[in-house]
Design a binder for this molecule. Sequence first.
Ligand SMILES: [Cu+2]
Length: 458
Amino acid sequence: MAGFFHRLASRLPRRPDTPDNTPDDAAGTRPARRRFLSLAALAPMLAAAPALAKSAPHAGRAMPAGPAGPGGHGGHGGVIFPWRDPAVTITPPPPLTGKGEGEVITPHIPSLGFERDGEVKVFRLTAQPVTRLLLDGPPRPGSLWDRWHKAKGAMHGMDIPKPAKLWGFNGSMPGPAIEVIQGDRVRIIVKNELPEATSVHWHGLEIPNDQDGVGGLTQPPIRPGQSFVYEFTVNQVGTFMYHSSFNEKKQVGMGLGGFFISHPADGTRRVDRDYGLLLQEWFFYPGNEHVDVTSTDPNWFTINGKAAPSTDVLTARVGQTVRLRIANLSNMHAHPIHLHGVTWRVTGTEGGPIPESAQWPGNTVNVAPGTVRDVEFTFHYPGYWHLHCHKLHHTVNAHAAVPMGVMPMGGMTMLFEVAAAEGGHDAGHAPAQAGHGGHDAKAPAQAGHDSHQGHGGN
Ligand SMILES: [Cu+2]
């Protein structure tokens, strides 16, 4: 086992030692060296797994810890720092989680409902450890994914479940999707059940500085066991995000983020199918459930916290207006998201809607970390349309140490199952000779049988 990890370590990029590149790296400023150290630490730990839980205190400088937890700062890969504080009770999701009334479909992510306090919409978020199955396992026999894998002769047995020890909100990673109406006054009560302090930043929103959520800068960090109440008015329209803004590299890298979507007050900007897709990336050592947030070389890629083939099959009909709100909370990489069969217009960014005259056409849109791209389109033909990151490394799951056969699609991949238009003919710029070529013959009879639409977080 140790030999294996030493070989692995020797393959990692390393900078030559410099005088300040000392082994005592508690300050966490030298990732290359730290990575090597984390591997060296990993081997004996895997050999004696029960020792893992006791190894936390060595992890260097203390965070401002609350009464509840050790608050250790890891920096030694995804392994050393405490994922959860056993003294802290992880509470069930706050009421109204999964009960939002929004229009945006965020597969695998629950929506967040609210209570009213007069004119104020009151939301509740609890930051807490979450075990997330990034990959559920093999696709269901007979499902679209299963048929695709078999038809291409993809290697069997590749799709093994991938549980991950992450951080999220209300039992979900990513956190539940918040939807509001432009002009809403919102109050968001954030409770911290993590083993270290945190805070929440409302990414892209123009709100008073003391609501901006930068822990230690614009507000006191929310210590373990404590809550913080945000309240502001949402004046903008568009697709925004929320994410930790305390120890960000680690905490966003652990999954602390979600959608914050604001709809126009006048009811415009409606489409038939409105999807929210949140992009994230992860690095795991083989067989390890703890993400290494120090890595710059991710090997797992997810949409709404799921890697293909466990991503939901999206559905639409020919002729329907479809919007994808693609947001990227990755620590490192941009993701050029590509969809087959359509030309879309990019209609929005993390700054809100783009005026029609400035929208641009395409079928691939690069979504950098911290940005959002809204795209809108209409399918012209029914069938199975492939949606994926065009960094093709990001479309397979981490199949370490296996021969390279025909690999099943994984990672940042989804499928659109598009049904024929209502009335059975192709819409849009359908060919004049309708009914040629058997497009309809390939069409799924009815959209949706392969998917679980809506807000069923799992
Ligand atoms: Cu990508």
